[in-house]
Write a protein of this length. Structure first.
Length: 439
């Protein structure tokens, strides 16, 4: 069956039985109440999903299977000569709830290298698109073209027991994760480098090979890709990309259809597209001020100008977090090691010093602290990856690790189709009237 698949089957089976027992014994236990404001306001903080791979705490930040980002940096295996964790290790942890050994990580790297061949028709599909097509649109279309390879779709059509749904979903997820760097790199080289493509190097780990195919063989850029792919991989199940993947998957759509749905959500400016909005805002500020290294006073004035114009400061605020995003901190620590004198990076750090007090003083923002998007663009620009529209594709390749792991768990635990109840505004008004005290 395969070492990793056997391991997943071994750990998911008992959890599936535990979930069944919990539902049977405690299914009527209420998790909490919600308000009309939450119903209209995007269901924020309503506990209505179960995601095994990670949990987001408003103060502590993200924990992957209980481990913080600093703990993962210490405990996950690393490539030789690199200080950043290998994303293969995080994938193993999310899938099995156990820390991997170096052997486990090498096995995943080798497995993904063997599975990474992309059918030619996927490239042909991309080649008929205008090169001006947004990279995220190309990415989504490419994954849909790859759906011809779905093992789950074939198995379901031929007839398969519900208890075995996890098996072809696992195979689809492994194949898709293996092929995404090749697809993303093809889009990048096609769009920005005149179709001068770079063949994969099977001797490199997953993230390093991605960097190589993009055209960046600087060892520290490969380290950055390992860090980037790790910290962007998952953010519990309620964010748009994770929830969309789960929602579409709940209809027993295969990994390709489900992941594409998640990527279409990630492409929105309130989600993954925010990383390119941050760097554009910073660049615009530098241009208007007339300096690559604006002072704290100049930055403060520009932030006030942005707010006065009714705009937001990109990269600041988060729906759940109420402190500096640990993913921002991880990137800041990376920058201190590899590019402490970079002008753009230092501008990001000055914004970090200036922005929170200003945003907090407005009294309208619950979280004035930076999120992951506030830093990522400056690091990519430092290494010469300046094509901002491509940044969300990088995010998407990383996010595959978390959402596809969760999709495997969804099928292993036998989760049903997601179908929440909706009501009308008239229903809400009637409900309010019924709750009013009788005079």
């Amino acid at each position: 069956m395969g070492v990793l698949k056997n391991k997943f089957h071994e750990v998911s089976g008992p959890v599936a039985q535990e979930v069944k027992s919990l539902i049977k014994e405690h299914g009527n236990l209420e998790l909490g109440t919600y308000t009309i404001d939450q119903a209209y306001g995007g269901m924020k903080e309503i506990k209505a999903l179960v995601t095994e791979t990670s949990l987001l705490d408003s103060v502590e930040g993200i924990r992957f299977r209980g481990y913080t980002i600093p703990e993962l940096s210490e405990k996950l295996p690393k490539a030789e000569g690199c200080t950043e964790p290998l994303p293969e290790g995080l994938f193993y942890l999310m899938l099995t709830n156990e820390l991997p050994s170096h052997h486990d990580v090498e096995h995943i790297s080798n497995t993904w290298a063997r599975r990474s061949i992309v059918p030619h028709h996927v490239f042909k599909t991309l080649d008929v698109l205008p090169k001006t097509t947004h990279p995220m649109t190309q990415f989504s279309i490419a994954v849909m073209a790859l759906q011809t390879e779905s093992i789950f779709a074939k198995k379901y059509r031929d007839g398969i027991s519900k208890k075995d749904y996890w098996d072809p979903m696992f195979e689809d997820s492994m194949n898709l994760i293996a092929r995404l760097p090749r697809i993303a790199a093809y889009i990048y080289r096609r769009t920005y480098h005149n179709d001068k493509h770079i063949e994969p190097d099977p001797n490199l780990d997953w993230a390093a090979n991605f960097a190589h195919m993009l055209g960046f063989d600087n060892p520290s850029f490969k380290s950055l890709m390992r860090l980037y792919m790790t910290i962007h991989a998952d953010h519990e199940g309620g964010n748009v990309s994770a929830h969309s993947t789960h929602l579409v998957g709940s209809a027993l759509s295969d990994a390709y259809l489900s992941f594409t749905a998640g990527m279409n959500g990630l492409a929105g400016p309130l989600h993954g597209l925010a990383n390119q909005e941050v760097i554009r805002w910073v660049m615009q500020m530098q241009n208007e001020i007339g300096s690559k290294s604006p002072s704290e006073e100049q930055i403060a004035d520009y932030i006030h100008k942005t707010l006065t114009e009714g705009k937001v400061v990109p990269g600041y605020g988060h729906a759940v977090l109420r402190k500096t995003d640990p993913r921002f901190t991880a990137q800041m620590e990376f920058a201190k090691k590899y590019c402490p004198d970079d002008e753009l990076v230092n501008t990001v750090w000055r914004i970090y010093k200036v922005a929170p007090p200003i945003l907090e003083s407005t009294g309208k923002i619950k979280n004035p602290w930076p999120n992951v998007d506030a830093h990522s663009g400056s690091l990519l620009v430092h290494y010469g990856l300046v094509e901002y529209d491509f940044y969300t594709v990088l995010f998407g390749v990383s996010r595959a690790l978390g959402v596809l792991t969760s999709l495997c768990w969804d099928r292993a635990l036998g989760y049903g189709i997601e179908r929440p109840k909706s009501v009308t505004t008239e229903w809400i008004k009637s409900y309010i009237a019924a709750k009013q005290p009788k005079v």
